[in-house]
Write a protein of this length. Structure first.
Lengths: 355, 428
């Protein structure tokens, strides 16, 4: 047993694989306890985690910024919806269809992200923020100019197949959607966690910390920046694809608010931390619902309830962001680490010895 | 910001996901609690659900509809409700954003366990949830939109329209254009989804295929209609049909006035409510609407000699905070009345099947000028409509009331007089 643990400690890939399997088991066990209506929200959470994890790598590990991640998600969503519906029209069915569509969504978005990354690698700070913001604002409305392909504001529903019958008669479509979303999120986390520990991850951080020093070490700064942008886009594309599975590919879902929400999730969670991206996504997906549920429970008049449910979540998010920036620069993940450090534990290092 | 202690990274990730799942599991305990056999129905209550644009581009005007429905249900509840059951309508705001409609409808059906959806508003929004409602076998009554999508009895057996579909409206308006504006260049401006498409198609069914010189469209999220109105002007359009929500009717009329372009406007019922348009156009309303042609399938709201209007105005005063009585308030109350009718007809032993059977049985009369077409094969709503002309800021019905189908069928005059409103305001 000890040998196995030691071996796991030595191999990052293996350790992450074990965690991936644990995550999958956890999702299967826990979703079994939930009520039907929660599945779609879990699926959406999965989509947010995919995109936020990629964004935190871009912003926190590579020092670039994107205010247009929702547009990248839209690319993934429309790719998935178009390919999936094409398969359905051709009567091509099978368990492999959806993974292929999702992979295609991630791939197409990665290509788009690489192209944008070329421009991004030449821009710094506010100019990069401005450029990606423009992308985020300009891209989704394109769907209403090519109505015959994208179906305007109505958007496209992705005709996802029912869950395989082997999962049982009572296994609902919503349950299946939640699985798709959360499994995609786990795969993204697994992939990014490994990338983070690899040479590429170290290069990303080197470029973030000091571009000139990184260049002097023989690293190609633009190449690393473009690669990071493409990787981040791929996960955003996958997140968009997952969102297409839940909500359909609809321009209204990929507005500027989503881009800013993702950035909010990443900052609140702790920049550069995958755990933080997960925590941040949970907060942005569930806090609004939590607040609106509490407001409805207050028994106020219909118009006051309406005003509060429309405006209170934004106000709370804004306040939360200010508090996090002032008090917890490391975000929720930083706080978690500080709390964990308070717990006294047996140290594995030799104690009290003389060197 | 350097990341240390990677070993715990994955573990904390897993922990966070667990926390999320547990958190949402805990928050669920409040929901549910409905009767075991029929969701949303108990011995003394019925829970209905609807999604409405209380905010967003379609909110002006339309946000009054659900309040009016609720007011009418409150009025009915005070008289004992339907078959001893009081009705509650849970309204969810989707901001006219189809993606939001999906999550809100999910929660209404799976969390709140509504018995049926009633009057969910919007073509692009409701199209997004048709499959979900079908899957969950939720009666989907009286969608507040005239898209023909609701009339697919074999594909969506649980979904029913209510208002005349846009094709029927387009045919009746097209017939008026043919008779009154013969020889003029006709064009269309419509919402870039089934709403605009179905309407323009209806107009072409009476005027002939290809008779619309140009078809311009807008998307509800883009308020700049300058290019489209400019294109209509450049094409020399003398008559323009509008299949637009009220906000975009106002934008079209206002933008055209700025461009010194004054065609004959022919506007779908859903985008022509004068009170709603006054909210946008203020003092310019009366001059801009002068001579506008539109249509109505329920009495016009200013007709106080009509027994239905008097009834609805009474309910509006007592139960709806006496908000300005307009076409939206009337629409909501008329739809609530139809809902009460079918709930009544479904009987004491209310199930989803008995409700659907009651709608499909047909024979409903009420505030409409024309009958409903409901049958086991036809799920579209009112069968026709009547042309209305606006003069001096006042709408006046004109000519015959016509019924027709959404295909190439001819227009038929409908002369059966409208039934009087019941004195107690409740279906017998």
């Amino acid at each position: 047993m000890a040998a196995v643990l030691a071996w796991m400690k030595g191999s990052t890939l293996l350790r992450h694989l074990v965690l991936l399997v644990l995550g999958v088991v956890l999702v299967i066990v826990l979703t079994d306890q939930l009520q039907e209506y929660q599945f779609i929200h879990l699926g959406i959470l999965g989509a947010y985690i995919c995109a936020a994890a990629g964004l935190t790598v871009l912003v926190g590990l590579n020092g670039q910024i994107s205010l247009g991640h929702a547009a990248l998600m839209a690319i993934g969503a429309y790719t998935v919806a178009l390919i999936q519906n094409h398969f359905t029209d051709q009567n091509v069915t099978g368990l492999w269809v959806l993974p292929i569509c999702l992979l295609a969504g991630a791939f197409v978005t990665a290509v788009a992200g690489a192209v944008i990354g070329v421009a991004a690698a030449r821009l710094r700070g506010p100019y990069l923020a401005g450029a990606t913001l423009t992308l985020g604002v300009a891209l989704p409305p394109i769907t209403s100019h090519f109505t015959s392909l994208f179906n305007g504001d109505q958007g496209l529903s992705a005709s996802i197949q029912s869950p395989p019958t082997s999962l049982g008669y009572n296994f609902s479509f919503q349950h299946w959607q939640a699985w798709i979303g959360l499994f995609c999120a786990l795969v993204v986390l697994f992939f990014l966690a490994n990338l983070n520990r690899s040479a590429v991850g170290r290069h990303m951080r080197a470029v973030r910390d000091d571009e000139i020093a990184a260049a002097l070490c023989g690293l190609s700064v633009p190449r690393i920046q473009i690669t990071t942008f493409a990787v981040s886009s791929a996960t955003a594309g996958l997140g968009g694809g997952v969102l297409a599975v839940m909500l359909g590919a609809r321009p209204g879902a990929f507005d500027l608010v989503l881009s800013l929400t993702l950035l909010l999730a990443v900052v609140i969670g702790g920049l550069g931390s995958l755990t933080g991206a997960v925590i941040g996504s949970v907060i942005v997906v569930y806090l609004a619902t939590f607040i609106t549920d509490r407001v409805s429970g207050l028994g106020l008049s219909a118009s006051s309830t309406q005003n509060l449910t429309n405006n209170l979540p934004s106000a709370v998010f804004g306040l939360l962001l200010i508090i996090v920036m002032l008090a917890l620069p490391g975000g929720a993940q930083g706080l978690l680490r500080r709390l964990l450090a308070l717990i006294p534990r047996r140290t594995t290092q030799p104690t009290g010895g003389q060197k | 910001m350097t990341i240390t202690n990677k070993g715990r990274l994955g573990a904390t990730c897993a922990l966070a996901v667990t926390a999320a799942l547990v958190l949402s599991a805990c928050s669920s305990s409040g929901g549910g609690g409905a009767a075991v056999n029929t969701p949303g129905v108990t011995a003394d209550s019925i829970l209905l659900g609807t999604t409405q644009p209380l905010t967003g581009p379609a909110a002006p005007g339309y946000s009054k509809i659900s309040a009016a429905m609720n007011a009418y249900f409150k009025f009915a509840n005070e008289s004992g409700g339907v078959n001893g059951r009081k009705i509650t309508l849970k309204v969810e705001d989707d901001g006219y954003n189809p993606a939001t409609t999906v999550t809100k409808t999910n929660d209404l059906v799976l969390k709140d366990n509504v018995f049926a959806m009633v009057g969910a508003l919007g073509t692009p929004t409701h199209t997004a949830v048709l499959d979900f409602l079908k899957q969950n076998k939720v009666p989907d009554l009286f969608v507040s939109s005239g898209s023909r999508s609701w009339n697919q009895a074999s594909k969506y057996p649980d979904t029913f329209g209510w208002q005349p579909d846009y094709t029927v409206e387009g045919k009746v308006l097209g017939d008026y254009i043919k008779k009154t504006f013969a020889g003029k260049t006709v064009c269309s401006f419509g919402q870039g989804d089934d709403f605009g498409t179905d309407g323009a198609q209806g107009v072409e069914l009476t005027l002939g295929a290809g008779s619309l010189k140009t078809k311009q469209t807008y998307t509800p999220t883009n308020q700049n209609v300058g290019p489209q109105i400019g294109a209509l002007k450049a094409a020399g359009c003398q008559v323009v049909t509008l299949f637009t929500v009220p906000g975009f009717t106002a934008l079209a009329l206002g933008t055209a006035a700025q461009l010194k372009y004054g065609p004959q406007w022919v506007i779908s019922n859903v985008g022509s409510d004068i009170t709603t348009l006054t909210g946008f156009l203020k003092d310019a309303t009366t001059p801009l609407l002068e001579g506008v042609v539109t249509d109505s399938y329920i009495p016009i709201p200013s007709d106080t000699s009509n027994s239905w209007i008097t009834l609805f105005q009474m309910v509006n005063t007592k139960y709806n905070n006496n908000v300005p009585f307009d076409g939206n308030v009337e629409y909501g109350m008329a739809m609530a009345y139809t809902t009460l009718q079918v709930l009544q007809a479904a009987g004491k032993n209310l199930t989803r099947q008995s409700l659907l059977a009651a709608v499909e049985k047909g024979g409903l009369t009420g505030p409409g000028l024309v009958p409903f077409r409901f049958s086991s094969t036809d799920h579209s709503g009112y069968a026709g409509t009547q042309v209305v002309i606006v003069k001096g800021g006042v709408a006046t019905p004109t000519g015959s009331i016509y019924t027709t189908d959404d295909g190439s069928g001819a227009l038929t005059e409908y002369s059966t007089p409208q039934p009087q409103a019941p004195t107690n305001g409740l279906p017998q």
